[in-house]
Design a protein around this ligand. Sequence first.
Ligand code: GLN
Length: 482
Amino acid sequence: MTPYTLKQAAELLQSKKISAVELATEYLNAIDVRNPAINGYITLDKELTLAEAQAADERIAQGNASALTGVPIAYKDIFCQQNWRSACSSKMLDNFVSPYTATVVQNLLNEGMVTLGRTNMDEFAMGSTNETSFYGATKNPWNLDNVPGGSSGGSAAVVAARLAPAALGSDTGGSIRQPASHCGITGIKPTYGTVSRFGMVAYASSFDQAGPMAQTAEDCALLLNAMASFDPKDSTSLEREQEDYTRDLNRPLTGLKIGLPKEYFGSGNSADVQTALQNTINLLKAQGAELVDVSLPQTELSIPAYYVLASAEASTNLSRYDGVRYGHRAAQFGDLEEMYSNTRAEGFGSEVKRRIMIGTYVLSHGYYDAYYLKAQKLRRMVANDFQTAFAQCDLILAPTAPTAAPKLGELNNDPVQAYLSDIYTIAVNLAGLPALTLPAGFSAEKMPIGVQLIGNYFSEAKILGAAHQIQQHSDWHTHAPE
Ligand code: GLN
């Protein structure tokens, strides 16, 4: 068992109680034993990992280490990383070893963090269960019959199973927060534009943001400090002064106004989720926070708006996979047209094809106004709802998902039901807001349940501070699967 939080791992390295090579080896050994059942990691390369660890040890010996030097981390397969297969869990990119590295990964490599491996995900980040991966489903370490959530299910599973102190995920419609909830860990999606999208395989570019996943909010803050940077290579990267996301960790909850949106506390939630929310409300009250009722009236419209817009963006983003430049190319074809169509028919799985077809349809002449433009207007209305709510509160407390993790196969053949389960995460991405999931209880079947804290633009430090305070007064985040 390698139970370290990121902070503990960093302290062990700094006090020289363990070397980076020893620590990486400890994790690699645990991965050998436990990963085959979970399928959280899909690419491992011990030589590369140990070479990075060796370099970290040299840096520590020379006295120019940073706080994170030598700390191991796992990367979702969506991040391009030089010398590593970067497949986005798709057959289309199964043969793609990236010639360059995503900015967020490079920022962590610059700190001296050590890559443990690449984690499983839904193909091209489209899904909520991790079952659309070309490399097979990831299993939830709390119960191997359950899904870990998605699309960053592999990252959530390896952190929950203590096979990495932390991992990176990406969140287009909830893919950091929902798997964090289903696996009992903490994860944050930052304000759109805070972290660079350069080198992160594009799904829906106006939504996609990377973020940290770890056991604690404190660890997420430490990682976000290292990840966030202005990046001229990403046209939507925001040029802002570097923030210290740990700055509010010790700020008490007294006086903090927490909004409870009435649309999020309805009968659609399982009893276990209601209990987890109530646990959190009780704790917040006991710590002196003030609870206020707010309303997000367009909540239901966020699902159709998201699935129109995300599919539209996906259909254009994925047009680049044509068998010409990189990735899969069909072996059999007559002419060029057939090369394209055979390549795409073979390379993409059915969920990806479904999105491309929906996206192409809503962007086509005659339907553009009815669907795409309408959805853009709804997007604005959803964003406006949040501004009205934030006039009355500092942060919003919400469920992350209506239920605990479903069983494998339960949602896989019912795409509409799967889309509906994203109800509580998607509005945040439509608005571009930051939000965090933290563990808040367990279901009757002993599956973890998380809740969300949503903040206004650039309130990551406030969110992380409130989450850290909750974790100082509770122990849900300390539980690990057997
Ligand atoms: N479940 C959502 C989807 O399939 C969200 C995915 C994500 O955030 N990458 O689009």
